[in-house]
Design a protein around this ligand. Structure first.
Ligand SMILES: C[S@@+](CC[C@H](N)C(=O)[O-])C[C@H]1O[C@@H](n2cnc3c(N)ncnc32)[C@H](O)[C@@H]1O
Length: 396
């Protein structure tokens, strides 16, 4: 984690600019607890058109300035530059620094690796879509992609080495009809249009026997799968876990629509690393395929994250709830509060919100009573929208 420790020194003046880095404002921690707390500052910076915060606090007899984890940006060199420019501009006596920006690794080619925002704002295709959930080594995904050049594949995975391996293989094998997303498959489908997907493969998902709430399959997941599947589209589970098979079969047989087919030890054209291992151990492999019959309503993504009112921040923070507010499918937790120095009715609210499985950390910035999200709005998942509406209630 890049940081610099230096002898105590006065804060930089804001607004000011040095060596291309803008220091826009400084916010000071607000003590909403009954106890003493160490003062912490958030320094708002802009470098190469990217805005982010730096954290400044005392460290023993010195001070330390470092990256703010919530607003961290890529490439990290922008943050390291800002840290170096900060200490230079106040002529600090540096005690320790790990912000040398020489020898940065070049970013690998990530043309086919897409951010979730791409699917929110840009993704469009006339081709049939097929999705693989948790593609692991990517053997099955890439095999299908080569065999079906007219299909647009989307591979979902949360394990970075698997993603890098798949991207490498795609380049070596010249595969161009796969988009890879590092995102939780349980939440991804929310951004895909209805009736567009031919197949969803879920091969050997982690069975999570002790933590069933982490399983890919749930009523919500199946309903979203049915919405995105076109008529005759399929949701295909392949698993070696008898418990997972029973659990999914029960969910699927309670649906009001669809048709399911069950197979044991069916041969596929391609086997994965996991399948090879289970077969060698003589385990049964179960397939449960759900066939969709329904045409669903088009997708409407709610994207309104505005605050259509002004607040009296100084009054509001005196009794703002700082305990987690947990509701059925979302939560809001106000984690910390800051007031901006030398500016009236202005501050930062640090919070975590949204879905329990994929919480987002954000800051709200209040300038002259006007509230907005710092560094842009959250991804418009249904949980984030609900959490936003709760925040409006809290702040209004
Ligand atoms: C047991 S491996 C199976 C990999 C591959 N499908 C195969 O058959 O070899 C399960 C994979 O699912 C991924 N995974 C687990 N939970 C996930 C989630 N919520 N969203 C996307 N991928 C997930 C894991 O990182 C892992 O690579």
């Amino acid at each position: 984690m890049p940081h610099i420790v230096f002898n105590k020194a006065p804060l930089v003046n804001t607004p000011s600019k040095k060596d291309g880095v803008d220091f826009k404002f400084i916010a000071k921690s607000y003590n909403f607890t009954q106890h003493e707390r160490n003062t912490e500052y958030k320094i708002a910076v802009e470098n190469e058109n990217k805005e982010f915060l730096l954290t400044l606090k005392n460290k023993d007899d010195d001070q330390m300035i470092k990256i703010d984890k919530v607003t961290r940006i890529a490439p990290i060199t922008l943050v390291k530059d800002a840290l170096n420019v900060y200490t230079n501009s106040i002529e600090a006596k540096v005690v320790f620094s790990n912000t040398n920006t020489i020898n940065q690794k070049a970013e690998p080619n990530k043309e086919y690796l897409k951010d979730i925002n791409y699917f929110v704002d840009e993704f469009q295709t006339d081709k049939e879509i097929q999705i693989e959930v948790g593609f692991g080594s990517g053997r099955h995904l890439l095999h299908q992609a080569k065999k079906n050049p007219n299909v647009q594949f989307i591979g979902l995975e949360i394990h970075t080495p698997s993603i890098e391996q798949a991207l490498k293989q795609m380049k070596l094998q010249d595969i161009t009809n796969v988009l890879i997303v590092n995102y939780d498959a349980r939440l991804f489908m929310e951004f895909i249009d209805s009736n567009k997907v031919g197949k969803i493969f879920v091969h050997f998902p982690v069975p999570w026997d002790k933590k069933p709430h982490r399983r890919i399959y749930s009523n919500e997941f199946i309903n979203e799968a049915l919405r995105v599947l076109k008529v005759e589209g399929t949701l295909e589970l392949r698993t070696d876990s008898r418990k997972y098979f029973d659990y999914c079969t029960e969910l699927l047989t309670n649906l009001p629509t669809g048709k399911i087919t069950i197979d044991i030890n069916k041969d596929l054209e391609i086997t994965s690393k996991y399948e090879d291992r289970w077969r060698k151990q003589g385990k049964n492999i179960y397939d449960v395929v759900l066939l969709s019959h329904s045409i669903d309503k088009p997708l409407e993504i709610q994207k309104d994250f505005s605050f259509d009112f002004e607040i009296n921040y100084e009054e509001k923070i005196k009794n703002i709830p700082t305990k987690s507010i947990v509701e059925k499918d979302f939560f809001v937790h106000i984690e910390d509060l800051f007031t901006i120095l030398n500016e009236e009715n202005s501050g930062l609210i640090q919070l975590t919100m949204g879905n329990f499985d994929r919480p987002v950390s954000k800051y709200l910035i209040i300038k002259n009573g006007k509230v907005s999200y710092y560094q842009g709005t959250p991804i418009p998942t249904s949980s984030n929208i609900k959490a936003h509406n709760k925040l409006k209630e809290i702040l209004n």
